[in-house]
Each structure stands twice: as structure tokens, then as C-alpha cells.
Design a protein. Structure first.
Lengths: 201, 239
């Protein structure tokens, strides 16, 4: 439904296509942009077009990259026999913040979502299988989200990897550190029990 | 009228909202389909935890908002955990949820549909056979008023043998009528469908048909469902 003049409506429509932006927010952002100084609005426009022009997908792991390979794929100190599979590029940032992982990554660029009709063929699964075969990978760590989509994806990927004889692990699910046991839901708590480990004393 | 209400329901689907929230759709016992916002549910350590994930059966409390209701409390009745253990069980469970999401009306009580869904999820959790969802689709159709005509040709009234099933006519077709339409179907598949809709569901579930036959029954059920609702069942592509 077009209420405003051509260029204004076009801006609202474009903003409204962004994830998490509904029609109302789109309108609010559009009017904000129309009110700010031209150089401020242009800076945003330039940032978008620069990023689009210079940033691509790493041709090995599908992380964001400037050039052919991303920073992790270019870094020789990373262990190529360990591969951490994530849904989206920002998930790499989260894993990196732990300083616990020194292998390489593979970004699926999404998750299987039956209800939205997103199947495995829309993800970078074939590319993952090829990497495991060609790069001497010994362990694949499935670090997809611990929700229905992420779990469906992890189960699918594990099934596809199985014939390759590689070690397949899934990141643990359990209680949030700093939380109280009594507030834990049953699924989380039973996962935590399954993933229990010996305590050194 | 109080703005707070409690109900039981199965989580059908969730949609991301803003930074950390989700809109959750429930198939409830008392209020039909209900959509409500769960605030902060995407953050690890949210007090809702995994309780608002699809397939979970819960008791919840909401308050009525101006646009959307807001979830304030959730307790698990049954997490249906086994459904999350295999790819096949999960995709079949989700296809049932999607079918209910399409058929159920918001704020329109439909206890029959609610009970059927709760029962089917429980059955699938303990007996992960694709026959459960296929049977569920046929039962759903008959609950919605679509009773397939299986005893006589839907066009001319002729008796067996039947060779096809026509979605527009809503039933089987004899050999001459089946030449000009309908989808091919085997007598074995028709027999199973007849038992499912005719009260013989338990028998079918205790000795499910072999995979090719099951596939045939499932595909026909999905086609009939899509024909009736005039919408595609997206998750069917993954079955
Ligand atoms: Zn890379
Ligand atoms: Zn006929």
C-alpha cells in the first residue's frame, strides 16, 4: 500500500525488507533519514555500497571475506583438522570470543527450517562434505543453534557426514552459568544431565 | 474482564521478533490458535528456556496486549523430547504442526483438533513412524469435514476396482472415470486410508505398511490437505 510519494515510499519499502524491521519501524527510519544532514545520510549510503563492493564470501568456508579467503582460512596457525560448523558468520565472532577454539570454520549460511520450506540443498552442506574429504579434517564440531532449526540442521549434517568416517561432535547444551538450577526447563536440564562429566577432586 | 488468562497448548511455530523476542503460536485447548510475544526468549538463560520451542506441550499464562498478547509464565506438560532425537521424527512432527497452523483459526476454540495434535505428537514420540503423520493428515481432513468417498466411484457410483483418487470430486474413481483424471492410487493404499478414517487407526499403527505404500498414502494425504486449505504444506518437501 503506497501512501507516500515515489522516492519516500521506495525508501520505506526497501527499509521494510530488512530483517526485524516492520512497516512502522521502516517509516520511522525513513523519516529520520530524510531529516538528518545530507552528509550523514550519504555516509550510510556509502558504507552500504562500499561493504557490498568489497566484502564477499570466503570461497572455502563462506565466512565474510575481503578477497578470496577470510582471515581464519588465511591464518596458517589455525588447525585445519578441526572444523567448527556454524549457521551464520556472526556465530564465528561468538565462538572466537571464547579463545577456546583454534581450528577452522564452515558457515552453512542458514539452517534447515521445515516450516519455511528451507531444506539442506539451500545450505552449504555439499561444500562442507567436500572440505571434509579434501582437507584432512579429523573432527567436525556442530555449533548450530540449540533450537529446533539448529538441531534439525545438526542431525541432518551429522547423517550426511557419517559415511566419511570423521569424528562428529555437537556443542554441549546445558545450564547457563550464573543461573539457578530450579529455574531450568526440563529439556535443558536433561541435556545437562546427559552431558555431565567427571569432577577432578 | 481480566487481562490475564491461562491455557494449555502446543507450540506450533515461532517467528523472530526484534533483537531477542519471538512471536509464538500455540494450538490451545480453550482459545483455538493463539499468538503471543515471548520477550527475551532468544537469549541464553532466558527464564522460558526451551519451553517455547515447537512440539512442546505447555501450560502458559498471557496478558492481552493491544496488538499481541504477551507470555508471562510457562510450565511444561510434556516436552516430547524424543521428537528431537532424530531428523525423521522432527520433520514429521513439524509437518503436523504446520498443518494445524494452517487449519486452526485464531481465537476459535477447537478442542477436537487440539486433542488430536497432542495425541499424535505423543504417539510419534514413542513410535517414530511416518505412518503417524500420514494418518494425522487424513484424520485432520475428516475433522475439517472432508470425508473421502472410498466405497463407490465419486463420479459414476461404480463399485471396485478403483484406480485413481480425484481431489475435486473428493473420492476414488473407477477404471473408466479414472482415465480422465485423478491421481493414480493402488488398492492397497486405499485400503489403508479406509482403515485410518474408518476407526481402524490403531491397527494400522501397530503394523504399519511398507515404506513405498506409506509414501503413497502420505503423498495423497498431503495433496488432499493442500487442495482443501489452498496452501502449500512447506515442510512436506523435507519428508
Ligand atoms: Zn574462510
Ligand atoms: Zn466411475
Amino acid at each position: 500500500m503506497a501512501i507516500f510519494e515515489g522516492p519516500v515510499q521506495a525508501l520505506i519499502d526497501e527499509l521494510g525488507r530488512l530483517p526485524g524491521v516492520g512497516p512502522k519501524s521502516a517509516q520511522r527510519i525513513a523519516f529520520y533519514l530524510l531529516k538528518v544532514a545530507p552528509e550523514d545520510a550519504n555516509r550510510l549510503a556509502t558504507a552500504i555500497s562500499e561493504a557490498k563492493a568489497r566484502v564477499t564470501w570466503c570461497r572455502r568456508c563462506y565466512n565474510l571475506a575481503e578477497g578470496e579467503l577470510c582471515t581464519f582460512c588465511r591464518d596458517d596457525r589455525r588447525d585445519p583438522s578441526l572444523l567448527c560448523v556454524v549457521q551464520e558468520a556472526p556465530d564465528i565472532v561468538a565462538v572466537e570470543r571464547t579463545h577456546e577454539f583454534h581450528g577452522r570454520y564452515h558457515v552453512l549460511q542458514g539452517a534447515i527450517s521445515p516450516i519455511e520450506g528451507i531444506g539442506p540443498e539451500q545450505l552449504r552442506v555439499k561444500e562442507l562434505l567436500r572440505r571434509v574429504e579434501e582437507e584432512g579434517v579429523k573432527e567436525v564440531i556442530l555449533a548450530t543453534n540449540p533450537n529446533i532449526e539448529g538441531e534439525t540442521t545438526a542431525m541432518y549434517v551429522a547423517r550426511a557426514l557419517k559415511p566419511l568416517g570423521v569424528r562428529i561432535t555437537r556443542i554441549a547444551s546445558g545450564l547457563p552459568v550464573g543461573g539457578d538450577l530450579e529455574y531450568a526447563d526440563e529439556v535443558t536440564l536433561s541435556r545437562a544431565l546427559e552431558g555431565r562429566r567427571e569432577v577432578d577432586a | 474482564m481480566s487481562r490475564l488468562y491461562r491455557d494449555q497448548g502446543v507450540v506450533l511455530r515461532t517467528i523472530k521478533l526484534g533483537e531477542a523476542d519471538r512471536i509464538v503460536s500455540f494450538m490451545t485447548q480453550g482459545n483455538g490458535k493463539v499468538r503471543a510475544v515471548a520477550k527475551g526468549v532468544r537469549r541464553p538463560g532466558s527464564r522460558f528456556g526451551a519451553r517455547l520451542e515447537p512440539t512442546t506441550h505447555v501450560v502458559f499464562q498471557c496478558y492481552r496486549g493491544r496488538e499481541l498478547d504477551v507470555v508471562t509464565q510457562v510450565e511444561t506438560i510434556d516436552a516430547n523430547r524424543q521428537l528431537r532425537d532424530t531428523y525423521a521424527a522432527l520433520t514429521h512432527a513439524i509437518s503436523m504442526l504446520e498443518a494445524v497452523d494452517q487449519v486452526a483459526q485464531e481465537r476459535e476454540r477447537n478442542v477436537g483438533l487440539y486433542r488430536m495434535l497432542v495425541g499424535a505428537l505423543k504417539t510419534l514420540a514413542t513410535q517414530p513412524s511416518p505412518m503417524v503423520s500420514a494418518a494425522f493428515f487424513w484424520k485432520l481432513l475428516s475433522l475439517e469435514g472432508f470425508h473421502p468417498a472410498l466405497d463407490a466411484c465419486a463420479r459414476c457410483g461404480a463399485r471396485e476396482p478403483f484406480v485413481a483418487f480425484d481431489l475435486d470430486d473428493g473420492g476414488v474413481l473407477c477404471e473408466p472415470c479414472g482415465r480422465h483424471g485423478g491421481r493414480r492410487i493402488t488398492p492397497e493404499a486405499l485400503d489403508v486410508v479406509g482403515r485410518v478414517v474408518g476407526g481402524g487407526l490403531n491397527g494400522v499403527l501397530s503394523s504399519p505398511p511398507p515404506p513405498p505404500l506409506l509414501h503413497e498414502i502420505e503423498r495423497l494425504a498431503i495433496a488432499a490437505l493442500e487442495h482443501q486449505s489452498e496452501r502449500r504444506l512447506k515442510s512436506a518437501a523435507l519428508l
